[in-house]
Design a protein around this ligand. Structure first.
Ligand SMILES: NC(=O)c1ccc[n+]([C@@H]2O[C@H](COP(=O)([O-])OP(=O)(O)OC[C@H]3O[C@@H](n4cnc5c(N)ncnc54)[C@H](OP(=O)(O)O)[C@@H]3O)[C@@H](O)[C@H]2O)c1
Length: 286
């Protein structure tokens, strides 16, 4: 579907392409329009699209292989869900890939009612979505973030701890051994070298998934890159997130929203950290 865009999320891949640190940057045809995720009003339907109508409010993601195109007046979404009327466009515009990725990795780790999950890097875009979606499945989540984001993780529903040296000991101090609790799975969102510690905590590499450490496969952990790698996707998560939003059980935390003409400022904030959910570009009146 083509949408008239109301809001666009800023993602790490946008920053990496703009900075030239992504390998894909070398193969892009310029000029390149950044942005993978957007929300807006449907203005044209593609062939075979029957489950949505012109004028509907949706949120979602462009064709991932294009690596951009969403920071524009119009964008073509390859997958989407209906935006609940109560969901602010800024939240919806930033949701697509974070929700898709979080859903995909929770599926891969088989997170369900009663699971205990450790998420390293829980306060950013993917992490904040994964925390809430895991809790909605009935899991208990131990999440890591910087010192300034501990309370934020508590608000999301996670048991917070800090990342870095000594992580296994801090996580073990949270586990309730009286109830025979153990770590069922671990998700490395951050890609900052914690995989050996996450393997130690779960007891097996196959219980650990990374989305950011491409060297992790040598340790036997699963690297999830989704559709681009021919793997299952988490697109079904967008509808789930929208329904949970309406129940008051999910939100996309918006760290800051910028007008489109201040995109450079938005990229600077997203690059600098600390992160608290998503940085967003939004048209006036959203
Ligand atoms: N494979 C895939 O399909 C896929 C999909 C989406 C994203 N990604 C990648 O996944 C990564 C995360 O994406 P995102 O959108 O969640 O990024 P983000 O919003 O920038 O969040 C990054 C998170 O990492 C945390 N962090 C910083 N230093 C850390 C450390 N030393 N140890 C542990 N955590 C640390 C930050 O916590 P504080 O802010 O509290 O410091 C923040 O919560 C990026 O590299 C992105 O490119 C991969």
């Amino acid at each position: 579907v083509r949408i008239r865009v109301r809001a666009t999320g800023v993602s790490p891949v946008d920053l990496a392409i703009r900075a030239g640190t992504s390998r894909s940057a070398a193969t892009l045809r310029l000029p390149h329009i950044p942005g993978l995720d957007a929300a807006g009003v449907v203005d044209e339907l593609g062939d075979g699209v029957t489950n949505i109508a012109i004028g509907d409010e949706v949120f979602g993601t462009v064709e991932l292989a294009c690596l951009g195109g969403a920071s524009a007046e119009f964008a073509v979404l390859a997958f989407w869900a209906v935006r609940p009327p109560s969901m602010p466009a800024a939240q919806a515009g930033a949701a697509g890939t974070s929700v898709e990725t979080a859903t995909r990795v929770l599926d891969l780790l088989d997170i369900r009612d009663g699971s205990t999950l450790v998420i390293d890097g829980a306060a950013g875009g993917v992490g904040s979505a994964a925390v809430q979606l895991a809790i909605a499945r009935g899991a208990r989540v131990i999440g890591t973030a910087g010192a300034g984001n501990q309370e934020f993780l508590t608000e999301l529903g996670a048991v917070p701890t800090t990342y870095g040296v000594g992580l296994p000991a801090r996580v073990r101090s949270i586990i309730d051994y009286r109830t025979d609790e153990h770590i069922d799975a671990a998700l490395d969102v951050a890609g900052h070298g914690s995989l050996p510690e996450l393997i130690e905590l779960t007891g097996a590499p196959k219980k650990v998934v990374t989305i950011a450490d491409f060297d992790g496969v040598v340790l036997g952990v699963q690297l999830s890159i989704g559709e681009l790698g021919g793997q299952p996707n988490g697109k079904h998560g967008l509808g789930v997130a929208a329904a949970l939003f309406e129940q008051g059980r999910f939100r996309i935390p918006v760290q800051q929203s910028f007008p489109y003409e201040n995109a450079a400022e938005a990229h600077a904030l997203a690059s600098a950290g600390p992160r608290r959910g998503k940085v967003v570009l939004a048209a006036p009146a959203v």
